[in-house]
Design a protein around this ligand. Structure first.
Ligand code: NAD
Ligand code: TYD
Length: 356
């Protein structure tokens, strides 16, 4: 019989974290879930509001750099499992202001690891404890057109302040396993898409701008390639790794789905034309605007997912066309979710980035 868990989920009010909290609660409603989230611009309390009445759910506002708070939470809630999503996650913001990326992603992860280690040691190192660190494919750098996809043994070569800070956090997690035997796991995943994604990332930004009749900024020549995975497939993979993988392991997760940016933007425009009766600008493709490229823009990411397929039989279940249509429909039917996010601070950031 499966033993129940008591989870601390950091960053559970953000995009992937909120999807994961819902996923886990649906699967294991009797497990305790404590969400710790600083509610930065990317965190949204509304994402988990439907769980507030659940007896096995608690939300704690707070920062992963706050060692006292985390230590107290681990002890009072008798946490045995930490799933670590909290991060600054947007490459463009890391170029404009890298400092908070080092603070949250490196120092915050260190603070969490150290508190979890002390808690684990105080309990005589229980075998069932787990610390799962959620990371990205961007730590591996950029691929040329014919290079093979990143595997778990590809050397790290991060190129942006975001990916460098995530690489730093991965190294710390790895070191805590090798040095202290802390039962850690690392997952490195490709670009996610789906419900609850903040409209600064490619897919939701294009949906929102199309509805507002604003330009659709495509960086450089639009030929950069990303490997897209539906967030629900990602959550399923994290859950499987958490339940089944041996401590110290790392797994690559991806969609086996390499798409050029311009192809995605055009697909989104066509979906919008079909799904929305009256757009401010139609056809939506007329809004596509090529803008100055992102500095140091990685050309191509692709994930080799053989290891997780071989070990656990996990594979992506969403095909991209279906997932993209479902995602567009979600943004269409959740305008009250994204409209409040377009705050004056968002507009300032947007202007600094695109000049649009
Ligand atoms: P997000 O930006 O949507 O959410 C981040 C969450 O962390 C927010 O709720 C925010 O309030 C919280 N947070 C930020 N700083 C914090 C701090 N100091 N203390 C406590 N909470 C804090 O990010 P996301 O897209 O959901 O990504 C989640 C994780 O997955 C990140 O670690 C990211 O690196 C990784 N990842 C993301 C993708 C992707 O495509 N989005 C792909 C691979 C890996
Ligand atoms: P993004 O969603 O920011 O994810 P990441 O940079 O982590 O891969 O961007 C995905 C791709 O889309 C990336 O190549 C940059 C590009 N992009 C644009 O062309 N225009 C935009 O407005 C944004 C946000 C991204």
């Amino acid at each position: 019989m499966r033993r129940s868990r008591r989870l601390l989920i950091t960053g559970g009010s953000g995009f992937i974290g909120a999807n994961f909290v819902h996923h886990w609660h649906r699967q294991y409603p009797d497990d305790l879930i404590v969400v710790l989230d600083a509610l930065t611009y990317a965190g949204n309390r509304a994402n988990l509001a439907d769980l507030d009445t659940e007896p096995t759910f608690r939300f704690v506002p707070g920062n992963i750099c706050d060692a006292d708070l985390i230590t107290q939470l681990f002890e009072t809630e008798q946490i045995d499992t930490a799933v670590h999503f909290a991060a600054e996650s947007h490459v463009d913001r890391s170029i404009l202001g890298p400092s908070v990326f080092v603070q949250t992603n490196v120092v915050g992860t260190f603070t969490l690891l150290e508190a979890f280690r002390q808690h684990w040691e105080n309990q005589d190192k229980p075998e069932a404890f787990r610390f799962l660190h959620v990371s990205t494919d961007e730590v591996f750098g950029s691929l040329r057109p014919n290079q093979p996809a990143f595997s778990e043994t590809t050397p790290y070569a991060p190129n942006s302040p975001y990916s460098a800070s995530k690489a730093g956090s991965d190294h710390l997690v790895r070191a805590y396993f090798h040095t202290y035997g802390l039962p850690t796991l690392i997952t490195n995943c490709s670009n996610n898409y789906g419900p609850y994604q903040f409209p600064e990332k490619l897919i939701p930004l294009m949906c929102v701008n199309t509805l507002l009749g604003k330009p659709l900024p495509v960086y450089g020549d639009g030929q950069n390639i990303r490997d897209w995975l539906h967030v629900e497939d990602h959550c399923r993979a994290i859950a499987i790794v958490l339940e089944q993988a041996s401590p110290g392991e790392t797994y690559n997760i991806g969609g086996d789905n390499q798409v050029k940016n311009i192809d995605i933007v055009e697909q989104l425009c066509d979906l919008m034309d079909t799904l929305v009766e009256q757009l401010p600008v139609q056809p939506a493709r007329n809004l596509i605007t090529f803008v100055t490229d992102r500095p140091g823009h990685d050309r191509r990411y692709a994930m080799n997912i053989e290891k997780i397929q071989r070990h656990f039989g996990w594979s992506p279940q969403y095909d991209f066309a279906t997932g993209l249509k479902q995602t567009v429909e979600w943004y269409l039917s959740h305008q009250t979710w994204w409209q409040p996010l377009l705050s004056p601070q968002y507009q300032t950031f947007y202007k600094a980035l695109y000049g649009l």
